[in-house]
Design a protein around this ligand. Structure first.
Ligand SMILES: Nc1ncnc2c1ncn2[C@@H]1O[C@H](COP(=O)(O)OP(=O)(O)O)[C@@H](O)[C@H]1O
Ligand SMILES: Nc1ccn([C@@H]2O[C@H](COP(=O)(O)OP(=O)(O)O)[C@@H](O)[C@H]2O)c(=O)n1
Length: 419
């Protein structure tokens, strides 16, 4: 048993467990460790579960962050293909309230019939024997009572479970730093260095990175550095190109084109790798900005706001009120990343955005497709954008014609003396 698994087991009774099911999150905790009896309250989640169904939970307990993240990521595919088709599984996690980095991810399984539960049990026992970094529990209904018992396979212990209150901040915020959002060049580079032996593309990305010495703070740029942000199809590309022409500026983007060959590869990886890749893209773009800003104004199509806002809005998967509160350190600008003179955030009515996406007729990224399907995700991204601290961020209504939007932004640039 790994040290991490043993540590997890030693805190087992202090942990809160949460399951996302049918758009709702249910929290529960262990009630009585001595007798194994649960409280009288029935967990809502179990109330919804079909009578006679067997339930299991799997938590990924590996010690090493990247290994654990990749294991959890692949486990989803493994569950989709290996479980009997009638079985359902939902995301779950476990954490120690208020304790940073205590979150572990997993899945909650429901097998509706005795056949499907026999197959599921056989599979889970096989996986445990393979020394997979898993903690497996099954849930038993105490006869003639509303109580449920959680049976932990790894130690053969029984515990009664009861509903728990939702934590003060969303559990995902406990592990955001250096798993979803990277606040320094070194933290993001470490991730790619650690996975270079399993993902050869990481070595190619590392070769493109600036050297440590190049990351030191530079003198104030001579010309303004202007970032354009916003959801897909809000008009960033159109506006960056017309600003470039109007100001005689240099146009850059993040991630920079030199990372294009590896982008699709990292988009398939779990958040820790994917977000580290995008974070590093900003540092490469920052180097390109430094080399231009003594010559011309620089316009950038997406930068740190995109990296942080999408990462936070994906990890925190509830309503907007579940996002870290305004002013949270999670919205801070990385201290070693160049700060632009100003950021313009293009905002657009969802219907108009959809119309523009359709007119453009291009394929969307999976994440962008999700934005369309999931209104709440879109709201979270927009709100996270606005909460990021650092350079001045000005929201611009991008619903008027391209010429009018350009005129509006040029007026703002002049009025605020960015030029
Ligand atoms: N102000 C505008 N009014 C109407 N259509 C626009 C406007 N700006 C951009 N478009 C159109 O909307 C689509 C998306 O714009 P684009 O600049 O590619 O957005 P982004 O770079 O943010 O994804 C394009 O087809 C573009 O021609
Ligand atoms: N600086 C950046 C740019 C993009 N991204 C990621 O890339 C996705 C958007 O890229 P995209 O190519 O679809 O954007 P558009 O420029 O096409 O609007 C977002 O979902 C972010 O997850 C990032 O993390 N950091």
């Amino acid at each position: 048993m790994s040290r991490r698994t043993m540590a997890l087991l030693s805190q087992w009774t202090s942990r809160v467990f949460s399951v996302d099911m049918d758009g709702e999150t249910v929290y529960f905790k262990i009630h009585d460790t001595q007798t194994g009896k649960g409280g009288k309250e029935v967990l809502r989640m179990f109330g919804n579960i079909q009578k006679g169904a067997s339930c299991y939970s799997l938590l990924v307990s590996s010690g090493e962050k990247i290994h654990s993240a990749r294991f959890h990521w692949k486990l989803k595919d493994k569950l989709s293909t290996a479980l009997p088709p009638q079985c359902r599984f939902s995301p779950m996690c476990s954490f120690l309230p208020g304790v940073r980095d205590s979150l572990v991810h997993g899945y909650f399984l429901q097998a509706p019939s005795s056949d499907s539960s026999a197959t599921t049990e056989r599979l889970l026992r096989q996986w445990l024997r393979l020394d997979d970094p898993l903690l497996v529990c099954s849930y038993l209904h105490e006869e003639n009572t509303p109580r449920w018992i959680q049976h932990l396979w790894n130690t053969e212990q029984n515990h009664g479970i009861v509903p728990s209150e939702a934590p003060e901040s969303h559990p995902a915020t406990l592990n955001l730093i250096n798993s979803d959002v990277f606040y320094s060049f070194q933290a993001a580079r470490d991730v790619l260095q650690k996975c270079a032996d399993i993902i050869p593309e990481a070595a190619s990305v590392l070769e493109l990175l600036p050297c440590d010495g190049d990351m030191e703070a530079r003198s104030k740029p001579d010309f303004p550095i202007i970032v354009l942000e916003g959801l897909d199809a809000t008009g960033k590309t159109t506006l960056t190109e017309s600003l470039r022409d109007a100001l005689g500026a240099t146009l850059l983007r993040s991630p920079p084109p030199c990372l294009s060959p590896w982008r699709a590869r990292f988009d398939q990886e779990p958040p820790i790798l994917r977000r580290a890749f995008y974070a590093l893209g900003n540092y490469i773009t920052a180097q390109q900005i430094y080399s231009q800003t003594s010559k011309t104004p620089v316009i950038i199509d997406r930068f740190w706001h995109s990296t942080a806002a999408y990462a936070i809005a994906t990890a925190v998967n509830g309503p907007v009120c579940d996002l870290p509160a305004e002013g949270s350190e999670l919205y801070r600008w990385p201290s070693d990343l160049l700060q632009p003179s100003v950021v313009f955030l293009l905002t657009l009515d969802p219907e108009e955005r959809k119309r523009r996406l359709k007119d453009r007729g291009q394929g969307e990224t999976k994440e962008e497709h999700e934005l369309d399907l999931n209104q709440v995700f879109r709201l979270r991204v927009e709100e996270a954008y606005k909460r990021i601290s650092g350079p001045t961020c000005i929201s611009v209504d991008a619903s008027s014609s391209a010429e009018q939007v350009l005129r509006q932004v040029l007026l703002l640039i002049k009025a605020k003396r960015y030029l």
